[in-house]
Design a protein around this ligand. Sequence first.
Ligand code: HEC
Ligand code: HEC
Length: 456
Amino acid sequence: MVLVILSPCHPERSEGSPYWDFGTRSFAALRMTAAARRMTAAALLLLCVAGCSMSSAPQFRLNTEGRNPASISRTQGEAIGEALGGLFGTPDEPKVPTGVELDLKRLRAAAGPIAGDAQGNQRGLFRRHCAACHGTAGDGAGPTAGVLNPYPRDFRNGVFKFTSTAGGAKPLRDDLLRTLREGLPGTAMPSFRNLPDRELDALLEYVKYLSIRGQTELSLLQKVVDEDAALPVPTHEVLADDVLPAARSWDEARGLAIVPPPPPSTDTPEQLAASIAQGDQLFHGPESQCVKCHGPLGDGRGQQAELYDDWNLRKKGATPEETRSLAGRFRLPIQRVRPRNFTLESFRGGQRPIDQYWRIAGGIKGTPMPPAGPAPGSPAVLRPDDIWHLVNYVRSLRGHRPPDNKKIPSPLAISSPRPTSGRGDRITVTVSSWVAPIALLSGCRQAQEVPAPREK
Ligand code: HEC
Ligand code: HEC
């Protein structure tokens, strides 16, 4: 009997790295405690009762987010599927479109059903570690997604929040690597630092692949459905017009890396206090706009309370009725994004001063948090020194250690130290361990807003 198993922790790696198993295996082959087996059996029963279907040969589902599926004809859907399949293959057999810099060997290790060989080479890494949250197609709507806040990232629009690149740019490989190694504290995104480098490389390659594929799919939907293009769409045209530009934007990110100048000296307590005082003024000043969202106390309670990230903004209508009717067009209910509360919450995108510099200078992509540094097409709002003062100020709000100004890692060669505080990880573990049972009990997809985990 082959069943789909979802179990919160991998038996060998329960320490440090909260961990998901999601795949098709023989039930008997799983090493589990009796209690875990009972729980899994009960959950499976519920899963069947709830009617969640998970086919054993997964396909990329057409991205109908925000659309009325009835407005896409069968012929159109099939034409899009064929074009994408020809270029990118399937979740089990990925392909690399001609001219795109993606490593097929890495993709093969990440794609497909979970398997391993005698040499310890793993396959199906994405399904094993990520799909429970991010979904097989990277649509951010895996079985657990409905109970998470923020939702797991939908990779298909190619936008990543925590990058060291200018506003609007793609992440560097090191940015994604940091996210994988450190996780995103205060969210369900766990740390995968226990995985060997070659597996992390494979997973990163696959995220990039899903993102380029996803952007191509969005362009195709626009052409075929919105603009009623003649069918079939010639593959060479899709390659030239959609795939290669999407792939190029990843290469161009390197040229858009934010390399800050050395910070103003904060070696003495007086210098640090002076920098924090300047940051305080800037934070409350008219140019920076920080208080609008983060509030005068930096506790996330600014005037602008109704904020949404790009993934949720589209679910918002002008009236509550419109928002309700839009809900049917999206897989997950609308969810707000909260400006960070600096007095309580840890930073999500890294704990080092340079991480906050990058957030403030480059903004948090796909969210209302704007870039204060220069972005393609718009000049800088704040000078680099001012950004450093702001970094020192926001860090001071939670008693972070004074920054070590001597070490500014290059954005192209970031070492990934363990976070300065382990607190974020603890939260991640807590969140992850309740996600599976709740997700199963909730029948996979529930219209439920769960408050983001707090640190205290
Ligand atoms: C328990 C759920 C969970 C699992 C498992 C998980 N993630 Fe995530 N992931 C999240 C959530 C939630 C976010 C969104 C956080 C946010 O918006 O701040 C996220 C965000 C991300 C991001 C976006 C970072 C950015 O800068 O925007 C990447 C990349 C990512 N995850 C990769 C992975 C990969 C690769 C795996 C598997 C190795 C994985 N995740 C496993 C929940 C999960
Ligand atoms: C329009 C609203 C808005 C403005 C203006 C704004 N922020 Fe934010 N900020 C946000 C939101 C929303 C988040 C959380 C985004 C997320 O994690 O999805 C955030 C997060 C942050 C973070 C957390 C980064 C991390 O790694 O967790 C920092 C630091 C930050 N903001 C600093 C600032 C500073 C300094 C200013 C002024 C220069 C500012 N913000 C202006 C909305 C705003």
